[in-house]
Ligand binder design. Structure first.
Ligand SMILES: [Zn+2]
Ligand SMILES: [Zn+2]
Length: 241
């Protein structure tokens, strides 16, 4: 039986390399949105307008949607008996919760003074350079190749995908799209698109997906042939004129 990637189900030993790259790309993108998120924390407040009927209550000092995302919390969806939570884990709790979990699962090898090797579980994740968002994301990124091979790896992937989607929606970030110049190897349409923060290059005509290195190889193979055809057609057109 062919073994498949636990995230995308493509043939792979446990997780495919593109899925690891994708998770690492999201983890690299997350800290870049932090300045904008922090600036959104305080709702826009302007001077009272003439003729305004005014508010019955003072405006809230913070934007609760952003607070839900940036504030403290537990690494599990909160109990919501009154239905007033957004059902999501705050970003910091999610990152730290996963880092603690990965550290507790990751086998640490130690040799004692008698030379005996011990395989133990780590107590706590240690981040270099202070527990900043960027440092936690770098920590998770370094452990992504291990984490995604675990039975809970696909859950980590989905949760971080969901987190980045929420963050992008909140800051209004629209990933930049770049149309590639080589045609799709599956349908021959000039519809291959690379999107910032996404690992795969996708064909918008047929849905075919390519890893960047496969696209580079494909481009190097087909573009000289296409250029030769174009030169030939131009020569024929100018001869006929
Ligand atoms: Zn995969
Ligand atoms: Zn295609």
């Amino acid at each position: 039986m062919t073994s498949r990637c636990c995230v995308c189900s493509r043939p792979a030993a446990d997780v495919c390399e593109p899925c690891v790259h994708q998770l690492q790309a999201w983890l690299a993108e997350l800290p870049t949105h932090l300045p904008m998120l922090r600036s959104l924390l305080r709702p826009a407040a302007g001077p009272p307008r003439r003729g305004s009927t005014g508010r019955a209550h003072a405006p809230l000092p913070v934007d609760l949607r952003v607070l839900d995302l940036l504030g403290p919390g537990q690494p599990l969806p909160p109990d919501d008996p009154y239905g007033d939570q957004d059902g999501h884990v705050p970003a910091g709790a999610l990152r730290y919760g996963w880092a603690r979990y990965i550290a507790s699962e990751f086998p640490a090898v130690r040799r004692d003074r008698y030379g005996t090797v011990h395989i133990e579980r780590c107590e706590e994740p240690l981040v270099r350079g202070g527990a900043t968002v960027a440092a936690w994301c770098a920590w998770l990124s370094a452990y992504a190749p291990y984490a995604l091979t675990q039975p809970w790896g696909s859950e980590l992937y989905r949760q971080l995908e969901d987190l980045l989607r929420r963050v992008r929606r909140m800051v209004g970030a629209v990933p930049q799209r770049t149309t590639k110049d080589a045609p799709c190897p599956s349908c021959a349409a000039f519809a291959l698109v690379a999107t910032d923060g996404e690992w795969w290059i996708r064909c918008e005509a047929c849905g075919h997906e390519m890893a960047p290195e496969d696209y580079d190889e494909h481009r190097a193979r087909v573009m000289p042939q296409l250029a030769a055809v174009a030169v030939h057609l131009l020569a024929r057109a100018s001869a006929a004129a």
